[in-house]
Design a protein around this ligand. Structure first.
Ligand SMILES: NC(=O)c1ccc[n+]([C@@H]2O[C@H](COP(=O)([O-])OP(=O)(O)OC[C@H]3O[C@@H](n4cnc5c(N)ncnc54)[C@H](OP(=O)(O)O)[C@@H]3O)[C@@H](O)[C@H]2O)c1
Length: 260
């Protein structure tokens, strides 16, 4: 097996934690980054000798640079970097304020940019590597009004990911850049969203076609094995996106009727 060194941000819970455990169980070296040291330590212990916990706040650029240095010191190189940390919001466009918007951009976009700026020069130097940005289906189809600035931040992440991929394609064909767009995943994400998540949204989410964090981790592990430009982790998402872009007004009208 091709053993890889994989850095995962947002690895103390949810999708990132599952991905860390899954990759460690398959013999990969994993560097787990998030703010909750206790959670990271427990997960690193479960992952075994090839797992390293590094406390990191991804909204601080120096801490993301330090994360890269720790990974290089421990394992000598980085093969895959997964920008997975992120946070939702529970306010609409008209309800949120400027601080809410800034927090969404810091947690979901600037955090990933710091990761890109930290690791891509290392990939360029060695001529290979895989950058994976975990976005959301809401970054492509902004269907949830109360996730407003979160959807906007993930849309920005989608664009930056595509720009970076095109920038590197000709000059560094050995570097892969991928986007992952999960649908609804059963994690603490709604609880930990800024201002929480409205009750009606909980009910809608419970009725929707959701995935476990393990399923999403499996999809990302598959992407690491066979790099692709982008994936929806929920198979139904591609059809929904096509229907949305085929007729935005009609789609929104159908959604509004269903809500009303
Ligand atoms: N759950 C869903 O329905 C869903 C759907 C689509 C996309 N996603 C995306 O999937 C990714 C993972 O979400 P999840 O569902 O696993 O959420 P989660 O269970 O809330 O986990 C979020 C992770 O991000 C970390 N994190 C948040 N802010 C951070 C910061 N400033 N610095 C470092 N780490 C930070 C958290 O760790 P600490 O608190 O310990 O720092 C935690 O490990 C996110 O990018 C999210 O947007 C989730």
């Amino acid at each position: 097996m091709d053993v890889k060194t994989v850095v995962i941000t947002g690895a103390s819970a949810g999708i990132g934690a599952e991905l860390g455990l899954l990759l460690a169980s398959r013999g990969h070296r994993v560097v787990l980054a998030a703010r909750r040291q206790d959670e990271l330590d427990k997960l690193a212990a479960r992952g075994g000798g090839g797992s390293l916990a590094v406390r990191t706040d991804v909204t601080r650029r120096q801490e993301v640079e330090a994360l890269k240095r720790r990974a290089l010191e421990a394992f000598g190189g980085i093969d895959v970097w997964v920008n997975n940390a992120g946070r939702g919001i529970g306010r609409t466009v008209l309800e949120m304020d400027e601080a809410d918007f800034d927090e969404m951009m810091a947690s979901n976009v600037k955090s990933a940019l710091y990761g890109i700026w930290a690791v891509v020069p290392h990939f360029q130097e060695k001529g290979s590597g895989h950058l994976i940005n975990v976005s959301s289906f809401l970054g492509r189809v902004p269907l949830a009004a109360y996730r407003s600035a979160y959807s906007a931040a993930k849309s920005a992440l989608n664009s930056l990911t595509a720009n970076l991929r095109m920038d590197l394609k000709a000059s560094h064909p050995g570097i892969h850049v991928s986007l992952v767009m999960p649908g609804i995943v059963r994690t603490e994400f709604p609880l930990r969203s800024l201002h929480g998540t409205p009750q009606a949204a909980w009910r809608a989410a419970a009725a929707a076609d959701s995935q476990s964090p393990r399923e999403v981790a499996e999809a990302i592990a598959g992407l690491i094995r066979e790099p692709r430009a982008e994936i929806y982790t929920n198979p139904s998402s591609a059809d929904t996106a096509l229907a949305y872009f085929g007729d935005v007004a009609g789609f929104e009208e159908r959604m509004a009727r269903r809500r009303g």
